[in-house]
Design a protein. Structure first.
Lengths: 213, 258
């Protein structure tokens, strides 16, 4: 197995939970979207978004709350360029629990970098070998469970997602592909303690804090 | 000062211009054609701006679901990953069957000193230098979800960067530079960096308002009007006054061994 060194490249799939698209209702076909997405809807979490899993999450001044997106990242183990879904498993070295934090956004039209790529908004748990690629996730805020969700049943399963992404962009060893955040990500506010856990994946815990004056 | 990063005889070298081509850090002089050109610096985060020239926004206005509002609107920022990069004299794949793939000549601003909440008045002091970018777009794959989407704008080796990193002290005014693109020797795009909607200091202030900028981060500041389709076999030159001329060749799927 390749050494567990993440490359720092993190790409995520948005709206991969069919409930998320369904929740948009008529907006999907209306301007500015005009049609449902055909290809995976993807975003980048650049290196400034990477922080130690347990570091405090700084809420920018002016923001009331932040969405806690529990998800799973596929750790790429072998260069994946235009692979078929049937080959995907051979390219995945393992998985990691990931918390993808973002300010709530009314629209999925633009990348909204200032909402989705905040400093420290990508927390990555310990990468692990996995015998399966679907996981049950739980989000707790101040000790109370606020979300139980699963990554099963997404529009694109991990293998299809990896195939569709690798069709136009090669993923290299150590890259992380986030499989999608289940619909209904809870909000966390200043001072609250967040714990995200995945069955078999461990847990990530941190506190949300205000931006220093 | 201008520097390049090139591969030669099995290793990566820093190089400077020389009358005969370029001179490696170890003193060896080579012709420009003897080396493989890499992006001219260790690239960190690639930050791209969409619709940052008003006339370009206008030429695309028919297809935009929402018209661009110019400087009143927040800058349209998107990110790229390292796999999108290709150096000077590189090859970019033009996928079979697309109707509209176009070049985008852009001034690239390289951060030398990072920071957060950088004031506009201090912004240019954070710049290490400038280079040329050609940020190809495959319009056929554009969708109105997190637009511009990665399938259109983050394709393997479709963002050319180079040839030289020109240090900031060698560029008196980054907003006083002419840009031009030539396809097979014919000028197809002309512009001037004075026409940027959001100027470099404002961009650095905006970006550092929500993210910590770090050395090696590069801002692709947008392209003027005049984008047109290019085909496999075309040689595209993106030139920016005082910065350099970045050359790229489109290749078809068969040359990419698909």
């Amino acid at each position: 197995m390749p050494p567990w060194r993440l490359s720092g490249v993190v790409v995520g799939a948005a709206l991969n939970d069919p409930r998320a698209l369904a929740a948009l209702g008529d907006a999907v076909a209306a301007p500015p979207h005009l049609a449902a997405p055909r290809a995976p809807v993807l975003y980048v979490k650049p290196r400034h978004t990477l922080a130690a899993a347990g570091a405090p999450m700084v809420l920018p001044s002016g923001a009331e709350a932040i969405e806690v997106g529990a998800t799973v990242g596929l750790v790429i183990g072998r260069t994946a360029c235009r692979i078929a879904a049937a080959q995907a498993a051979a390219h995945v070295a393992g998985v990691a629990l990931v918390v993808d934090l973002a300010l709530p956004q009314a629209s999925w039209y633009r990348p909204a970098a200032a909402a989705r790529a905040l400093d420290g908004s990508c927390r990555i748990g310990t990468p692990l070998r996995a015998d399966r690629l679907a996981f049950d996730l739980e989000v707790q805020i101040d000790g109370a469970t606020v979300q139980r969700a699963a990554t099963a049943g997404f529009t694109r399963g991990p293998a299809q997602l990896l195939a569709d992404v690798s069709e136009f962009m090669t993923l290299a060893s150590g890259d992380l592909l986030l499989v999608g955040v289940p619909h209904g990500a809870p909000l966390a506010r200043r001072g609250e303690r967040v714990r995200v856990a995945g069955v078999g994946l461990g847990a990530i815990e941190f506190t949300v804090v205000a931006e220093a004056a | 000062m201008r520097t390049a990063r090139v591969a030669w005889a099995g290793a990566v070298h820093e190089a400077v211009p020389h009358a005969s081509g370029l001179r490696l850090a170890n003193g060896r002089v080579l012709a420009q054609s003897e080396v493989v050109w890499l992006p001219p610096f260790e690239v960190g985060t690639i930050i791209a701006l969409g619709l940052n020239y008003a006339a370009h926004a206008r030429e695309l206005s028919a297809e935009l679901a929402r018209p661009a509002a110019g400087s009143a609107e927040e800058p349209l920022v998107f990110f790229k990953t390292r796999g999108a990069l290709v150096g000077h004299c590189g090859r970019t794949r033009r996928p079979a069957g697309v109707r509209f793939m176009h070049y985008e000549c852009e001034l690239a601003v390289v951060i030398g000193r990072g920071g957060r909440h950088i004031a506009e008045a201090d912004a240019l002091a954070h710049v290490a230098g400038y280079t040329v970018a050609n940020d190809y777009a495959v319009r056929d794959h554009l969708e109105n979800w997190l637009r511009p989407n990665l399938r259109a704008k983050n394709r393997d080796q479709a963002t050319a960067l180079g040839p030289w990193l020109v240090s900031a002290d060698a560029v008196a005014d980054p907003h006083a530079l002419a840009l031009a693109t030539r396809v097979n020797g014919t000028v197809v795009q002309r512009g001037h960096t004075s026409a940027m909607v959001h100027r470099i200091p404002a961009l650095i202030a905006y970006l550092s308002g929500f993210m910590t900028l770090a050395p090696g981060d590069v801002i692709l500041t947008g392209t003027p009007e005049g984008v047109s389709n290019v085909n496999a076999g075309d040689v595209v030159e993106c030139e920016i006054e005082g910065i350099g001329c970045l050359v790229n060749t489109l290749v078809g799927d068969e040359e990419s061994a698909i």
